[in-house]
Design a protein. Structure first.
Length: 314
């Protein structure tokens, strides 16, 4: 199975350093119809107050990472990859084991020490004309699968796949100064914040909570502290989840970006660059880099393998 993550160049540069993607709150998506149930809906579909509480707990604890099944999608390149100036990362994995894409912190789906952990869900989006509400007879899984994996047919051009993951799986939290000030007011959380060395005043994210500190909170039964930080998730407080770079199988540069320029500014032969997986020291060649270009006759994006041209590196 191959899925694709569209990114701006700045997001890709961060990904190249951290090997991590952002986990966003379920209720902060860009579609106002998503993950919404009224109180009447809750009472009708889930029946018991206990089931309603379970659902609300799931929504509060779960985040989302989205990818696309289409690498040549002009719409996606335009909207999610900075008008074709960004990069698209290709991941290849066993569809029967989607969890293998991620290096979680608590591994809640593999038997966590956290009491009553929430689950991991994965699937493609079903695009519908009407909202598919039914009487689910208290079946929480059916409610979750319907709300998290159904969208309006107006979005069908995205060919979206979703990973629904508990916030307890994150491996790092990045903070702006504003985010740092807000998190510092949370008891215990303030002393876990570290300033990122080497950052100047022009850097947006200058502070972090490390994976070690997150593990400390989870291991000492202070998940409530992490949950309070999670409530601040947004542009000033990024929750990041580390990916298995072994599943990263290709990097595609948009029509308005240039692999030649990128190679001049970045040493992709360095063993630290994605763990050296895109460079062969045996024949001194790169592999897995692709340059997008517009088709001459059709409204279609094509790709060609990129090469390091002599003298492109400074």
């Amino acid at each position: 199975m191959k899925l694709y993550k569209y990114m701006s160049m700045s997001t890709f540069n961060s990904f190249a350093k951290s090997h991590s993607l952002r986990l966003t709150k379920s209720y902060s998506q860009n579609d106002p119809f998503e993950f919404k149930l009224s109180q009447n809906d809750l009472e009708k579909f889930l029946l018991s107050p206990e089931k309603q509480h379970e659902f609300e707990e799931f929504v509060n604890m779960s985040g989302c990472i989205s990818m696309s099944g289409d690498k040549s999608n002009i719409y996606m390149w335009s909207h999610y990859s900075d008008n074709h100036r960004g990069v698209m990362a290709e991941f290849t994995f066993d569809e029967n084991d989607p969890k293998s894409l991620f290096f979680g912190n608590a591994n809640v789906w593999q038997g966590s020490h956290i009491e009553n952990p929430t689950g991991f869900y994965y699937g493609h989006i079903n695009y519908k004309k009407t909202r598919p509400f039914h009487n689910f007879n208290g079946d929480l899984n059916r409610v979750i699968e319907t709300l998290y994996f159904c969208k309006s047919e107006d979005w069908d051009k995205e060919f979206e796949y979703r990973f629904i993951i508990p916030f307890t799986e994150v491996t790092e939290i990045l903070l702006t100064r504003k985010g740092m000030n807000e998190i510092s007011e949370i008891p215990v959380a303030g002393r876990l914040i570290e300033e990122i060395p080497g950052k100047d005043d022009n850097e947006i994210y200058r502070f972090k909570v490390t994976g070690l500190s997150i593990s400390y909170l989870l291991g000492t039964g202070q998940c409530d502290v992490l949950h309070k930080i999670w409530r601040h998730e947004g542009p000033d407080c990024l929750f990041l989840l580390k990916m298995d770079i072994g599943k990263l199988s290709g990097l595609y540069f948009g029509c308005k970006s240039s692999t030649d320029d990128y190679f001049r500014e970045n040493d992709v032969s360095d063993s630290d660059y994605f763990n050296g997986k895109f460079y062969s020291f045996f024949n001194e060649k790169i592999n897995g880099f692709y340059q997008a270009y517009p088709d001459e006759n059709e409204f279609r994006i094509n790709f060609k393998p990129a090469e390091i041209i002599e003298n492109t590196k400074s």
